[in-house]
Design a protein around this ligand. Sequence first.
Ligand code: PEP
Ligand code: MG
Length: 585
Amino acid sequence: MSAQRMIKGIGVSPGVAYAPAVVVRWDLPDVPDREVGAAEVEAEVARLRAAVQETVAALEQLQERVKERAGVEESRIFEAQVMLAQDPDFLRSVEHLIRKNRLSAETAFEYKALEIRNLWANSSSTRLRDRLADLGAIQIRMLGILTGKPAVAVWSGPSDGAEQVIVITHELSPGLTVQLDRDHVVGLISEEGTRTSHAAILAHSLGIPAVMGASGAIDRIKPGTMVLLDGQAGTLHLDPGPIELEDARVRLSRRQKTELELEAAISQPAESPDGRRYVLLGNVDLPEEIQPALRHGASGVGLLRTEFLVTGRTHLPTEEEQYAYFRRVTEAFAGRPVVIRSFDLGGDKFPAAFHAPHEPNPFLGWRSIRVCLDEPDLFRPQLRAVLRVAVDRDVQLMLPLVMEVDEVLETKRLLAEEADRLAAAGVRAARTVPVGVMIETPAAVALADQLARVSAFFSVGSNDLTQYTLAVDRGNARLAERFAPHHPAVVRQLARVVQAGADAGISVSVCGEMASEPLTAVLLAGLGFTTLSVAPPALPLVKWVLRSVPYAAARAAATAALDASAPREVLALLQQAADPYLSRR
Ligand code: PEP
Ligand code: MG
């Protein structure tokens, strides 16, 4: 296959897909500059207001459709768009422009939208860049209505109504991901994004094979081109010939065969051939992952992300809403532990309901536990909901991005206060819950012995630990090759965390994406981690690999990895250790 017909990106959601490409462009209609006479000004303002109403009605209809197809929580993403479309400051500034400069409604709207777009696009904040997709969606609708051009995103692809397609976009937002018809869209390609961007994690959760960071894909893949997408290898083969088609069929059938083997692993114990026992938990980001995690044999939830309760919504979740969600999850996992992570807001998880300040370096900014401790009105209802559900369920609380002991102590103080209040009000609730810490910063690794004294458990957030250790942005496609959780510097930190946990007698697990990747799961096993929290679709594969590779082989590779000087050496060690056991199957 020639290089022109092969594009290499980052495999972010495993699986093979073979289908014609559909390009989704968020092209905006052309808006010619148009001035109006003084007598027409008020009519233009009225036209603007009517277009806003129509846009809001269309978004609400879309929200209903998504609610039916994907669920209530996913549909809430559109609340942010509705809020943006009705933003009073923005609309006032557009009306002002119509009146002052006598511009048509579309010209004034376009002018102001471009102003904001430039501001957000030039910001280094991924939170604002994520909001660009919302702004774009509203621009398309508003300008469509005001100019009389169809208010839809441009999907160009096979005209024969292909039943299954692979969607190509410049940037795949979580908003677009949840809107996709999963029977129709069998693969996703985006020019931007990496394995740890939230749209990637969502695609993985939904089980749609996806490749991100495929730069130039839109220019190079003409709509209708047959694409063979490998979401594991991160490769895109364009218009494969008969031999390559056959190869695609073989891949697909091999994948189905492997799936059968993996299916079998679900009911088997998570135990290595030499008798090492593992605990495999599930990461649950969205309610719809509860069932896949159970189906794939999760022994509990090792990371219940709670951000979806906030992101893309117009109001902060109430204690009751959170309590209802926690009950739903703990009832589904009755008798099994559920680790609830406190809000991990900021970074690339923007809360529409929360007016967070603009920051030049959001990942080094006001995020995670910092936000919760600074905003007790956000944190306290969550703590109360956790205490209430813990009264008769196996629930633990986990704090993200901890960098010092005081953050844990302050959380425990707030927790004790809320427990007292609940007791005084006669509300049924636990007196306390075990509080654990995510090891996500080099600071937490360095202070692991101190943190272990105040923590019930550790869980390594390897996505963030890798980004902060290597100073490599986890969301930057250009740096994707350098984002290596198996980098020796990270490996050494992981070993220190295992040791600190063992010294203090607390459990230590990993819930970052490296636990969901076969080779790095072997590395973690070899380093001494026995509990991994894994993306639900990857649970059977990780279990199959851990059941296949003897612990002794994993340990030998991990020990050697501590002395490696480059990530590729670590990969080679892991491959050498695992391949003989995996290829024999
Ligand atoms: C991590 O950083 O590894 C982690 C699990 O947290 P998140 O991906 O939600 O930041
Ligand atoms: Mg993290």
